[in-house]
Write a protein that binds this ligand. Structure first.
Ligand code: C5P
Length: 411
């Protein structure tokens, strides 16, 4: 895949070499086009070294234009990705102006365009930027992110550029991702995030799950060509483009949404941290504090994963086991008790597991296991999906096994 990577002038430009690396790891040719302000944040020398191609930045560079004109570059691209994309470049693309090489390419290309915005949260939430985002999306330009979290300016909010790996995977999902993936034509249903169990109109019971692992797994499955339905509890993550996202709140909602989506699914991956118990009844009015203590009667929530594994035509089922102790023993117990095909065991505690960007997991199946050391949840999700695909096809028998051989021969 040929990718024009536009880099504009935001602090997140320091992550651009990593984006180049992630795209090239997946086999893409990357031609970098920098704006003048991007050069204030990251050097062309570093980017030339990682991309293996001379950097383009000046529309009026006669030598570079003679080698490959801006129109040829616009035609060469299978996708134009701008990361980081500033509020300014979004506004320029909306206006249709072409004062520099990057925006000229955006006007002249017929390839899909994707932007990974990165800016201060007030700038992102500014009505002008939001109006521009809407126009860009209406025109079919893909907006990847931004993420929510701490910002370079020291504030918190929406505006962080998504992680390079996630940007690279999303770009492949949008364009060349389909067609060669291990899970092409397969339907994969993924649950992710926590659930919220209402106590009264203002209070609820929940847990510390951020949804990051489930979202990464869903994105990795889509990158392997699967049609993915992601059933998500309340999280503050951007919806990954290219997959169907169903938002739910409670365990009961997630149970209903899963059983609605599971029809014709080949693989079900339960990464959600579903509440085990919910209040017996939701009190209609806000509970007033009266006595010194109060008790709350809870009842068991349905086990979504076990209920799917129990279906007559159950898909290939994969569970997650988050444990604070005896990780492997408990995970293997769950694999057997819930009649799963595979289980992904991860340790959770103060300094691992929930609400982090990295993780370490062991995947278990009836007669084997494989451990993956600590790495980003995005990378782990890829490893897990490859392993799941391998075991899914092994279970489905020789027809699909030969397909895998064809795919690995093509690699
Ligand atoms: O038994 P435990 O809750 O530890 O099992 C974890 C696995 O079961 C996870 O894959 C989780 O998504 C799934 N689960 C579920 N419904 C529940 C509880 C857990 O799908 N009510």
């Amino acid at each position: 895949m040929n990718i024009v990577l536009g880099i504009t002038g935001g602090i997140a430009a320091y992550k651009a070499p990593d984006i180049v690396r992630r795209l090239r790891e997946r086999g893409a040719e990357v031609q970098i086009v920098m704006t003048a302000s991007a050069e204030e944040f990251v050097t062309g020398t570093a980017l030339q070294a990682v991309s293996g191609k001379p950097i383009r930045s000046n529309l009026w560079d006669k030598e570079a234009e003679a080698a490959m004109s801006h129109i040829e570059l616009a035609r060469w691209a299978d996708v134009v990705l701008i990361a980081p994309a500033t509020a300014e470049v979004m506004a320029r693309i909306v206006s249709g102006g072409a004062p520099d090489l990057l925006t000229t390419i955006c006007l002249a290309t017929e390839a899909p365009i994707a932007l990974a915005p990165a800016m201060n949260h007030v700038m992102w939430n500014n009505p002008a930027t939001q109006a521009n985002r809407e126009v860009l999306e209406e025109r079919g330009i893909h907006i990847i992110g931004p993420g929510i979290g701490s910002q370079a300016c020291g504030e918190e909010g929406a505006g962080r550029m998504l992680e390079p790996d996630l940007i690279a995977i999303t770009v492949f999902n949008l364009t060349g991702g389909k067609g060669e993936g291990l899970l092409e034509g397969r339907k994969v249903v993924v649950t992710a995030g926590p659930t919220r169990e209402a106590i009264d109109p203002v209070r609820y019971i929940t847990n510390r799950s951020s949804g990051k692992m489930g979202y990464a797994v869903a994105t990795a499955a889509a990158a392997q060509g699967a049609d993915v339905v992601l059933i998500s509890g309340p999280v503050s993550l951007a919806e990954p483009p290219g997959l169907e996202v169903i938002k739910v709140e409670s365990a009961m909602d997630m149970h209903a949404a899963t059983h609605e989506a599971i029809d014709a699914a080949h693989i079900f991956i339960a990464a959600a941290a579903v509440a085990d118990y919910r209040p017996v009844a939701i009190v209609e009015q806000k509970i007033k504090k009266k006595s010194e203590s109060m008790s709350l009667e809870l009842t068991r929530c349905p086990d979504i994963l076990a209920s799917v594994a129990d279906l007559d035509a159950a898909p290939f089922t994969v569970g997650f086991a988050a444990e604070t102790e005896n990780l492997i023993k408990h995970a293997r117990g769950k694999l057997e008790k819930k009649k799963l095909d595979m289980i992904v065991a991860n340790r959770v505690g103060r300094d691992c597991g929930f609400d982090r960007d990295d993780n370490a997991v062991t995947v278990l199946w009836s007669d084997g296991e494989k451990s993956f050391p600590t790495s980003s949840k995005v990378e782990l999700a890829h490893d897990v999906i490859e392993l799941v695909a391998e075991h899914f096809f092994a279970k489905r028998g020789s027809e699909t096994q030969s397909r895998l051989t064809v795919i690995s021969n093509n690699d």
